[in-house]
Design a protein around this ligand. Structure first.
Ligand code: G6P
Ligand code: MG
Length: 218
């Protein structure tokens, strides 16, 4: 029985990957190497500092911890300058309708994101009020694929993991959901998200009825 749905933010509710990309690419340019869209795929669902490590590995560069903190800060300042201007129009298709249906049916809603900027993004896209609980990069110690973010969400909602469904676009996030023993729906392509229980392209036309059917037949 479904009692709660837990949503990743970036790539599930909104497409922030493009802003992360511009900001990381700008840092790479400054450091003198190229950072491509393909490279950016490796950063999806990955924490800020881990993303920087991957970026520097691509550039073949090494820095001290203090230098890395300053770089991450710089990237984030640029990133924030983009997301500050986000509007509800950037919510991915079908998301508001699906969230509303969950609310109408009494199913709880939580956010489970690695992003420390989650509260600002939710505010800008005017969705803060839709989430019963928000667990983000400020409230977790362990990054996905560790299940902490989703287990905390379930705990705060007072709902057991077996009654939770996770929506995720990143491989690490799907692993986290599986590690939390939650039913997991991948948002994207089956080729990349094969370990999810079900993969859908997005929320356009997706309903609680379809979700229930998928769970019954799995
Ligand atoms: C999400 C995104 C990642 C991002 C991470 C941290 O998981 O998919 O690309 O690096 O959040 O985001 P932040 O806003 O805290 O830098
Ligand atoms: Mg994501």
């Amino acid at each position: 029985m479904i009692k709660a749905c837990l949503f990743d933010l970036d790539g599930v509710v909104v497409d922030t990957a493009k802003y992360h990309f511009i900001a990381w690419r700008s840092l790479a340019e400054e450091l003198g190497f190229e950072f491509t869209q393909e490279d950016n795929e490796r950063l999806k669902g990955v924490s800020r500092m881990k993303s920087l490590d991957i970026l520097l590995e691509i550039g073949g560069l090494e820095f001290s911890d203090d230098e890395k903190l300053a770089m991450a800060e710089k990237k984030n300042t640029l990133y924030v300058s983009y997301i500050e201007r986000m509007t509800p129009e950037e919510i991915l298709p079908g998301v508001p309708e699906f969230l509303q249906e969950l609310r109408n049916k009494g199913i709880k809603i939580a956010l489970g994101s690695a992003s420390k900027n989650s509260p600002m993004i939710l505010d800008r896209i005017q969705l803060s009020g839709m989430f019963d609980v928000v667990i983000d990069g400020n409230s977790i110690k362990e990054a996905k694929p560790n299940p902490e973010v989703f287990l905390k969400g379930a705990e705060r909602l007072g709902i057991s993991p077996e009654n939770c469904v996770v929506f995720e676009d990143a491989v690490a996030g799907i692993e986290a959901a599986r590690n939390a023993k939650m039913y997991c729906i991948g948002i994207g392509e089956p080729e990349t998200l094969g370990m999810a229980d079900l993969v859908i392209k997005g929320f356009d036309g997706f309903t609680v009825e379809k979700l229930k059917k998928a769970i019954e037949t799995s």
